[in-house]
Design a protein around this ligand. Sequence first.
Ligand code: 13P
Ligand code: SF4
Length: 308
Amino acid sequence: MTVRELQDKIIKLKKETDTAILAHSYQAREIVEIADFTGDSYKLSVDATRTDAKNIIFCGVHFMAETAKMLSPQKRVFLANKNAGCPMAEQMDKELISQLREMEPDRTVVAYINTTASLKTVCDVCVTSSSALRIVKALDTDKILFIPDCNLGSWVKEQIPEKDIKLLHGGCPTHAAITPKEVMKAKEEHPDALFLVHPECVPAVVRLADYAGSTSGIMEFAKKSDHKEFIIGTETSISEHLQYECPDKKFYPVTKDIVCRNMKLTTLPDVYNTLCGMDNGEAFEILMEDQLIADARKCIDEMIRLGG
Ligand code: 13P
Ligand code: SF4
């Protein structure tokens, strides 16, 4: 069967089963093409609340499907590949953060959305990369513990120096692997290109950027810019999607190795199998206790209240 034939079967089946497919922008082109909603972590969590579909299939990683379930508990939410997790989301646990809260009860705990639902239950507010600056500024406190990504946290801290922001050692292994040396090499190879970077990269890399922002921020910047060439400091799919959408411009991944293996676990056959297995127990459904949803949702609601 060709990719196109499998895509057509998926499109037919999702209509018959009243299913919406949500795909993070780090997914492969063939998956993005059959998705009803695509975008970064924040956009997808909002899209999950906007669809009328009875079922949601998430092509991304576990915490994203969990967030969709928390925001739309009445819907059935499935993760297309049950092994797709985010290593950063598992780096810190509830016990550690509860202990730190006891030691410093006046510090507000800000959690990057890349965290488990269990961890979210002991945090005060969530942020995404597109909303972190806005939300930390909007908080009516100056004492913050920012978890788990110390690179995103450093970026926020550098731009909001008036707040006392404490960081812990954690982060995205994919983005943190990009080195300043690799950036300099790419800049030498493409001297006319602007360097666009995700703030999950280490501060020494982010400081070399012409623009730093979330996945959607990078894509919007590149599309609107009059510039013709860009070095992209985030997952390689973004360079591929941009190249497809803007054929008159040139996009170079800073290195070819910035691939999130977890995001790339999901395949088109996984999506098809999930659609076929939703009612016979073969698909991977996100099941959460009502209490866990209620406790973890508070910091997501707070994020939405403060303006996403
Ligand atoms: P955003 O989707 O918020 O840009 O985050 C990137 C990422 O690494 C998702 O896991
Ligand atoms: Fe997690 Fe990084 Fe992969 Fe995003 S890119 S899912 S933060 S490991």
